[in-house]
Write a protein that binds this ligand. Structure first.
Ligand SMILES: Cc1cc2nc3c(=O)[nH]c(=O)nc-3n(C[C@H](O)[C@H](O)[C@H](O)COP(=O)(O)OP(=O)(O)OC[C@H]3O[C@@H](n4cnc5c(N)ncnc54)[C@H](O)[C@@H]3O)c2cc1C
Length: 350
């Protein structure tokens, strides 16, 4: 029910467990082709998505004020896929039966229905609702501007007056890159506002005055602390963003869907029951809520907090923390390195 990114990932995980010829997948979606989107994931290689990789980096850059830091990844990499590149792998591997229609209820003959339609029922409704919104340009420059080995994860050297704002750069070669203006705030911006930030960043930080915009990407991802109900009926489970698998403070979803699919299918193979894998420990909810409150109430501190996080801690521990895979001991070390006051104030706010 829904044939977007999550549906394709769960189908690939099922194929990797049972073999593509042993599964029978039907996707019901009113859109023949879901919108393409750039999808990035960090971590160990994902064999089932090897042919979907568009680019890969092992060095990350961060920028703030008049400084930058560059960090090498040793055990993991940062990889770029897209909704289309993942769908192409599915179409080559699995004989998916696609029905172009809205879906309102599971097919009665299905063994299990995985539902990525937006959710209406919540175990906990949102207490905070912000949005991560972005607009990016895929540009080709006249001269060499980029180091194709170094992706820029967050560069805060951009105007912070209308929300927490950073630029994200995925370089494909010395003269081609996706340069994206990303904002955490209450509302999306007009396109002209992102464009103004991009023009200034490309001129002042990248020192580039001659380039063509080859394509654009605009998107918005909810940043909220709601916990959706995933069990929609017997053998009928929510997946993807509708299942709350989008990390509220980062928007990253793909890796969480893959882990969820693996646990769900392995659980079924072990017990014969389709059930929802347990959520990460509740303390990760609290961390997300604290940061969301700081973004909402004290956005002026956020760029410094994130810069300090990356400046003072090993990057691979931070990436595991964002993936909710760290130990409490590692989290205490991370928080110890940060300016405390905004977190203490956020603890007592609602
Ligand atoms: C521009 C953009 C960039 C992103 N980049 C990243 C990234 O780099 N890394 C990352 O991890 N995450 C990223 N995300 C977040 C997340 O990975 C994506 O939103 C992803 O598409 C979520 O997959 P999904 O299947 O849950 O939702 P979708 O891909 O949106 O799929 C939901 C599907 O449900 C269908 N549908 C809706 N109503 C019905 C109905 N009644 N019947 C049947 N079908 C229905 C829709 O047509 C749609 O195809 C990004 C999101 C956006 C918007």
């Amino acid at each position: 029910m829904g044939g977007g990114v999550a549906a394709h990932l769960y189908a690939l995980v099922a194929a990797s467990r049972w073999g593509a010829s042993n599964i029978d997948v039907t996707m019901v979606d009113p859109a023949e082709h879901a919108p393409d989107r750039n999808l990035c994931v960090w971590g160990a290689p994902i064999p089932m998505l090897e042919d979907a990789v568009i680019a890969e980096w092992r060095t990350l850059r961060f920028g703030y004020s008049n400084a930058t830091i560059v960090r090498d990844l040793t055990h993991v990499s940062y990889r770029h896929y897209s909704a289309q590149s993942i769908r192409r792998v599915v179409d080559r591997t699995i004989d998916v039966h696609r029905i172009i229609a809205r879906s309102d209820a599971p097919e009665p003959t299905s063994d299990v229905s995985l539902d990525s339609r937006p959710n209406a029922a919540f175990h906990r409704p949102a207490t905070i609702s912000l949005v991560q919104h972005f607009h990016g340009w895929h540009i080709r420059t006249a001269g060499s501007v980029f180091d194709p080995h170094v992706m820029t994860m967050m560069d805060f050297r951009t105007d912070q007056r209308n929300g927490v704002c950073f630029v994200y750069v995925l370089p494909y070669s010395e003269n081609e890159a996706l340069v994206e203006c990303t904002v955490f705030s209450a509302h999306e911006w007009d396109i002209a506002d992102y464009e103004r930030h991009l023009v200034t960043y490309i001129a002042d930080v990248l020192k580039c005055d001659s380039y063509d915009v080859l394509s654009t990407e605009t998107g918005a991802i909810p940043m909220c602390d709601a916990i959706p109900v995933r069990e929609r009926g017997h053998r009928w489970l929510a997946i993807g963003s509708a299942a709350g698998l989008t990390k509220p403070t980062t928007g990253y979803t793909v890796a969480r869907c893959i882990r969820d699919a693996e646990e769900m299918i392995d659980g079924y193979r072990a017990t014969g029951e389709w059930s929802v894998p347990p959520r990460a420990h509740r303390r990760f909810d609290l961390y997300d809520r604290l940061l969301l409150r700081i973004i909402r109430d004290e956005p002026q501190h956020v760029s410094h907090i994130l810069w300090t996080l990356f400046e003072r801690n090993p990057v691979e521990v931070i990436l595991r923390f964002l993936d909710e895979q760290t130990t409490l001991r590692e989290e205490i070390r991370l928080f110890w390195s940060l300016p405390w006051n905004p977190f203490l104030r956020a603890l007592f706010r609602r």
